[in-house]
Design a protein around this ligand. Sequence first.
Ligand code: NAD
Length: 511
Amino acid sequence: MNTAQVTAEFEVRNPADGRVVARVREQSAEQVAEAVRALRARQPEWEALGARGRARWLMRLQDWLVDQSDRLTDVVQSETGKTRFDAAIEVPCAIDLAKYWAGHAEAFLADERPRPHSPIGRTKRLLNTFRPYPVVGIVTPWNLPLMNPCFDAFAALMAGAAVVLKPSEVTPLSAVELARGWAEIGAPPVFTVLTGAAETGRAVVDAVDYVQFTGSTGTGRAIAVACGHSLTPYSLELGGKDPAIVLADADVDRAAAGIVYGALFNAGQACISVERVYVEAPVYDRFVTALIARVRALRLGGDDRGFRYDVGAMATAAQRDIVRDQVDAAVAAGARILIGGKAVGAGLFFEPTVLVDVDHSMSCMTQETFGPTIPVVRVADEDEAVRLANDSVYGLSATVWTGDRRRGERIARRLEVGAVNINDAFANLVNFALPMGGWKDSGIGARWGGAAGIRKYCRQQAITVPRRALRREPLWYPASRWRSMLVTGLMRAVDAGGVRKLPHALRAGRS
Ligand code: NAD
């Protein structure tokens, strides 16, 4: 970590009980600029290590993650108020992702040797190489404080970039641990974590060569404007309002169980949470009954190492208030709460809540909730479900629940979202061979998904090499009618085809 002059500190609290768990540095714009300068200086040697050399370091970090797993899960819980069950998944996901990139980086970054597109181009050997942006800036939110940084930092590091990571001011501790791990394994100093709030984030955006942002759509827009100004390339993973479609031929119990998990994992604070449910009329009553039974059985509580709870705390009071306001507004407009509906306990808890009689005039159906609510709508048929699912500014992901997999796939292709999980929630998130990215206001670009997920941190460099050393090329000066005709005639003959398309003079020469 950068140890430059400290200007200020801020508190990190455990939302399950309000306890202050740490004080963390607020890094100034000058400190950010200095840290980025240091990274820039060390990046060439990191790039020179090659993909295999860099992968060795990532696998050492993976060892460290394995060794520190329990302690890191404690840290995640301490700053989020999550249940042990939700927190325990973060380290294994990071371990899995490290293996994915370490195992594939070399192949994904290998030079391409495309065939020239025309016979004329065969005088050259063509190379397409992937050269990293020197410094990648990663700005992350609070919902998955260890996973989110790993999601993007591993790929950028494996690409050969140096990385500066700015975690959320709400949950910076897990990211600080990650930087500690990088230093403890003795890796080259090309990974720095800078803590602070929006000001620090802005300074990171200003200082780096590529920005990878995960967070709200509003902040994403501000970053896009800043990047547009400086012509810095960027990728945005933003908010969502993911629909679930339950068809009449679905296994209703599985759909209810899957949607409860998909909606309430992490107390609903996941970008790909199920946030609205459309159920075909014939199974609506059965589905709602099954849903209520499952929600009623959930245990609300957090910050316990014993897996005693299912649903944990909201991360901030502001987030809890968004959920409460949406529920209150829906009820005022005619919705009914079937279970839950209020904030409870000493910490920032909100009861898992099922809402019915809701429609698209209500904020709980149109705005991102990022909380433990499940609004359910009865629909006449598949077409109405698809129409309502697509009636959103967001397009992150969706789930379709059906007994007919082909029907599910057909419906998936009608949905305007970046990913569709059939008869499951979150499956795309843990399948790194697929891209994860949002459509519409849910983002620009995508993470992982094969070679594209690492090449996004690279600039392509085209190299041409002559196959044979000629004394001169036909189009070099001085100008000459006959050399011009030779070249343009050849191009037209090869590319256009047919005697009619040859230059007039050549045709005249033929006849
Ligand atoms: P946020 O946008 O408030 O903050 C995200 C990060 O941006 C924080 O680190 C913050 O300090 C920083 N930041 C704020 N203003 C900035 C600016 N002007 N320039 C640079 N950095 C700035 O988001 P949040 O409340 O922390 O997270 C919740 C949001 O994240 C939700 O909308 C959720 O859907 C989204 N999210 C998306 C994904 C995804 O993959 N699509 C994953 C997780 C969370």
